[in-house]
Design a protein around this ligand. Sequence first.
Ligand code: ITT
Length: 205
Amino acid sequence: MPSSHIELVIASTNVHKVRELRNMLKPLGCFDLLSLCDFPNYVQPEETGTTFEENARLKAEHAAKALGRWVIAEDSGLVVPAINGEPGVYSARYAGKDATDVENRKKLLDAMQHLIDEDRQAFFECVIALASPKGVKKCVKGSCEGLLLAKERGGGGFGYDPLFVKHGYNKTFAEIGESVKNRISHRRKALDKILPVLESLMEAG
Ligand code: ITT
């Protein structure tokens, strides 16, 4: 008999990520979705990895063990090949440890000032790790390629969204609306790869 309610913790403190993931997971129905906001005493591990995968695994494993529950964690960021892959895994802290999105975008615009045309190509990457208290069960990757504008556009989204225009689109991720972003983003592509595993968890109960 399939059980209808398994608790799944989204192990992130980034409210934007949590909202996007929650909306994308909603159609699955059978999970009680929690986030780190439900565990105010939980202390996040330091993100010491040098790749998105290392950090996603580290965050998922640590949270699943500490909370004794199934967890998904993700590590994501923007990669600009023309500036040696910056900001990459340091996307959240590009302009410093507690940098705001505005400060990070400003640093990126400055670093890219001299770049034109194809040199403004970039991609978002997202790695999602699913873990139980026994360890990581699955780790998947999604990416989304586009161009970075020299000036911000739009008030939606978060992070580098006001600068990023996905190939084939005219609007930035901050102009496009969250429901469209959630259909075409790097996060969506990664999540789609983990859905079959989540479905099998629900069936196993
Ligand atoms: P958690 O570790 O608690 O999940 P975080 O924001 O620190 O939160 P990351 O270390 O994975 O997470 O950094 C992700 C950063 O990458 C995020 O802060 C943005 O700057 C950027 N980023 C990731 N996905 C993005 C998206 O969909 N749109 C815009 N920027 C994004």
